[in-house]
Design a protein around this ligand. Structure first.
Ligand SMILES: [Zn+2]
Ligand SMILES: [Zn+2]
Length: 721
């Protein structure tokens, strides 16, 4: 039986040119490839791929004879008489690669690797091509395929169509103008239409049934002169930048605009302006994290979710009455609260800037576990470090600490708002100023070079001796010298600095060997990346990271076999080692005299040593260990339980639980108004703050439309955007 001859018309497009030829049931891939090479100038065998599109399948590979058979069959059953084939150049994109090139046999033949005999000419041709093929592949190369036939569908609607049109124009190397542009239809013409009468034009409109965009007419041929892909293009708009970096921003929120500029040059061979990089990043952040103002609204949902999923949590969202304006947020997870009583009774209080659009401050209170690691207990987000905000934060902290019935020692820098609040909420609780901050403060009073620098070093050295002096006598000697050397500058500095808050000799309370707020610093580094984020992703990011950290530490501690946490076990061994050769004499059942470099007195009942290190560190000093060993007691009986492995395990026994459905149960309530903080930085004088408080930058969401404006007293002067 004679089969009916099946013949379809192939419309082949390469760059901006299209040719048509017939494909019969007799045609093979080799025939088609030869035809294409013959007709398209510059097209070389083995250096391009073919893709055809049929309804619902816009990009099918056409590589082998069986691909060709399938294409013919598909066209036959769908009763199509024509097919669009796109020729994609691989030269300058990648090395020869069997996976991507048309017809491996042909390439192998050209390379002289198969049974085909190779000639010198062949080799030269190959070498020449190889040189071009070594050009750096760009991620933008596939954009050339984005716009190619009538009927092409864009499921993402107008937005996807416009974006792809920009990328297509960028890659092919022309600019276009919108002749019509709205949600329902987009018409674009070549920007050379006016000057040169170029007839390139595309018209796409929305398919009402599916909501997708469809190309209705397309004249993909430019009649204007010279289209060269430029490294700078008007088509590279912020939206395009944003679409390209959204995944990068998700993985690396701290990516800087300058880095984006470099990456674009590297990946796409395109120069973009700082503005486009910056604004593109802002847009991408919105895509990744949602609108920042929405984020505040979502905190309402989150607050409930925290309490529900993490029993025992303390979580408060404070809004201004009546207008639901975000003021501040506090959270301490149940798992952390339960574990904190097994941590060393220290709390490091600190504030750090948030870097998202709305600024604000992240307040945190971190404890310390028995293995000298930090133990984040509570966080707050406020607009600035005012006394009122600190009071609010500390009151929440008090409601966690007071029921535990123990006193903790606070560490902080000397922020006045915090100091006032501390005196109000925790009167009489030991409070240590961070030695490092005090030192920096003092350093800043002296020149950085010349004689001033010498003086500075001398002053700092003396101040350090004051702070670390273990006896009042030692402190007095160092202080007298400090005042003489440092003169008026030091006098002023010392006069409003109470020695009870920094000097070992006078500090009332236990500091467990800590002098500085360095733990808070390491917490800030740990939080690092999240500081770029709006409030909700910030808090949730911290929660997730904390959940993982606590879980890791729990598993880690399961493997420990020592009585003390490894860090402290090591320290104890070192202390024991140091006193191996010392003579120890007994005075009574608990008092010993230890003959080290000099003689010291150890009282095992009082847990004191005359060197005072035992009292200051809360951990047996070398002399104490020597005395304990001489008494043949167990050293471990003299170590605070916070340093023991079983306490460490208890500190991490209660996990932090996941908060499921985040992003799902979130919805904003219609006309809720939300704001960003007033744009004030730490260090601005008080009168500025008061004046500033009358000028709030406000974002108000009314029925889904964002309005932005300045709040002058009661009047909202808003503008839609
Ligand atoms: Zn044109
Ligand atoms: Zn000692």
């Amino acid at each position: 039986m004679q089969l009916m001859e099946v013949c379809v018309i192939a419309k082949c497009t390469y760059k901006s040119e299209t040719i048509m030829f017939s494909v019969s049931s007799e045609s093979s891939m080799v025939d088609i490839l030869k035809t294409l090479c013959l007709r398209f100038r510059g097209l070389q065998l083995g250096c391009f791929t073919l893709r055809y599109s049929v309804p619902s399948y816009p990009s099918c590979f056409l590589e082998t004879d069986s691909d060709l058979d399938l294409m013919r069959t598909f066209l036959l059953i769908s009763n199509e008489k024509t097919v669009d084939i796109l020729v994609k150049d691989l030269c300058g994109i990648s090395e020869y690669s069997g996976d991507f090139c048309v017809n491996k046999e042909l390439i192998a033949c050209e390379k002289g690797e198969s049974s085909c005999s190779s000639t010198v000419e062949d080799r030269n041709e190959f070498l020449g091509r190889s040189k071009r093929a070594s050009a750096k592949p760009l991620l933008s190369n596939e954009w050339e395929t984005y716009i190619h036939h009538v009927g092409q569908k864009f499921d993402g609607g107008a937005e996807e169509f416009r974006l792809k049109l920009c990328k297509y124009a960028l890659e092919v190397g022309f600019n276009f103008l919108y002749a019509g542009n709205d949600k329902k239809r987009v018409v674009a013409v070549c920007s050379n239409k006016k000057l040169e009468g170029c007839s390139w034009r595309v018209y796409a409109s929305r398919c009402e049934a599916t909501g997708s965009f469809v190309i209705r007419t397309l004249n993909n041929v430019h009649t204007c002169a010279g289209r060269i892909r430029e490294s700078k293009s008007k088509m590279m708009r912020s939206r395009v930048v944003s679409s390209l970096i959204v995944d990068r921003i998700r993985a690396k929120p701290e990516l800087k605009p300058v880095e984006i500029i470099h990456e674009f040059k590297d990946y796409y061979g395109i120069d973009i302006s700082y503005y486009h990089a910056w604004f593109g990043k802002e847009l991408a952040k919105l895509d990744v994290h949602g609108d920042e103002s929405k984020s505040f609204n979502e905190l309402v949902w989150y607050t409930d979710a925290v309490k529900e999923t993490n029993t025992g949590s303390l979580c408060t969202l404070d809004c201004e009455a009546g207008i639901n304006r975000f003021r501040r947020f506090f959270v301490s997870f149940g798992g952390c609260i339960a574990g904190f009583q097994y941590c060393i009774p220290l709390l490091f209080i600190d504030a750090t800037f948030l870097k998202s659009k709305y600024k604000g401050q992240l307040l945190c209170a971190s404890g310390k576990n028995g293995n000298q690691g930090f133990y984040p207990l509570a966080f707050g987000v406020v607009d600035s470090e005012t006394e009122e905000n600190w009071t609010w934060f500390l009151q929440h902290l008090a409601s966690i600490l007071l029921p535990m019935g123990r006193v903790v020692t606070f560490f902080s820098d000397r922020n006045q708002g915090l100091l006032n609040a501390m005196g109000f909420v925790f009167p009489g609780w030991p409070h240590s100023y961070c030695y490092y901050h005090l030192k920096q403060n003092l350093i800043s009073k002296y020149p950085k070079s010349g004689y001033g620098k010498l003086l500075q070093d001398r002053v700092i050295n003396l101040f350090s001796r004051c702070a670390y002096a273990v006896t009042e006598e030692e402190f007095k000697v160092a202080m007298e010298e400090l005042v003489i050397v440092g003169s008026s500058k030091v006098k002023a500095f010392i006069s409003d600095l109470s020695r009870d808050h920094y000097a070992n000799a006078f500090f009332k309370g236990m500091r467990y060997g800590e002098m500085a707020n360095s733990l808070a610093e390491s917490f800030n580094n740990w939080v690092g990346v999240f500081r770029d984020l709006p409030v909700l992703p910030l808090i949730e990011g911290i929660r997730q990271k904390l959940m993982v950290l606590n879980s890791q530490r729990r598993f880690e501690a399961e493997k420990w076999t020592t009585v003390l946490c490894p860090e402290m076990e090591t320290r104890l061994c070192e202390n024991a080692e140091a006193g191996r050769t010392w003579a120890v004499r007994r005075s009574n059942s608990t008092v010993f005299e230890v003959f080290a470099d000099y003689s010291v007195m150890v009282d095992l009942e009082q847990r004191t040593c005359s060197c005072r290190l035992w009292q200051i560190d809360g951990f047996p000093c070398t002399h104490a260990v020597a005395a304990i060993l001489a008494k043949r007691d167990s050293v471990y009986d003299y170590v605070e339980c916070y340093y023991k492995t079983d306490f460490f395990r208890k500190a991490y026994e209660s996990p932090i639980f996941p908060i499921p459905d985040i992003g799902k149960g979130l919805g904003s309530n219609g006309s809720a108004a939300v704001v960003c903080f007033r744009q004030l930085q730490r260090g601005q004088p008080e009168d500025h703050q008061q004046r500033g408080s009358k000028f709030l930058f406000v974002v108000v969401k009314v029925d889904g439309i964002l309005n932005v404006g300045v709040d002058i007293g009661q009047a909202f002067n808003t503008r839609r955007f």
